[in-house]
Design a protein around this ligand. Structure first.
Ligand code: SF4
Ligand code: SF4
Length: 131
């Protein structure tokens, strides 16, 4: 009877002096690993999105949450006039990033995506452009 009590107290005392493994979020924020798959970003080159609107990422996306529409610029180059990702449906698998032939897409460490309205989870091109 007394030994389990002593063993229990030993465990309690040991944990009282151990470094806590939890963070006091949001006052303390974790640093995501470089491999973390958070919010997407469209990479920019020469002040324009690198995306050439090849439709590969919406094709491979298992959640079908990417919408791309092509436009044509003055030099007759195709570009993504509309690029949207519905974050409510995204499963953060990273297939879209792997599929991109021009390395135009990446996933960032941004994980704070909570919001109040469903429409605020739709990230349009302007919101996705690399800052
Ligand atoms: S991470 Fe996966 S689910 Fe999310 S947009 Fe990319 S391919 Fe689709
Ligand atoms: S795969 Fe890359 S280039 Fe093709 S539509 Fe997606 S982001 Fe644009």
């Amino acid at each position: 009877m007394i030994m389990p009590l002593i063993n229990g107290l030993k465990i309690t005392l040991k944990h009282m002096f151990m470094k806590p493994v939890t963070l006091q979020y949001p006052d303390e924020r974790p640093t995501p690993s470089p491999n973390f798959r958070g919010l997407h970003a469209l990479k920019v080159s020469h002040s324009k999105a690198k995306c050439v609107c090849c439709y590969l990422c919406p094709t491979v996306c298992p959640a079908k949450c990417i919408t791309v529409e092509a436009g044509e610029d003055q030099e007759h180059n195709k570009y993504a006039e509309r690029y949207e990702i519905d974050m409510l449906r995204c499963i953060f698998c990273g297939y879209c990033v792997e599929a991109c032939p021009v390395d135009a897409l990446k996933m960032t460490g941004e994980f704070e995506l909570a919001n109040y309205k469903r429409e605020d989870f739709v990230f349009v091109k302007e919101r996705l452009l690399e800052k």
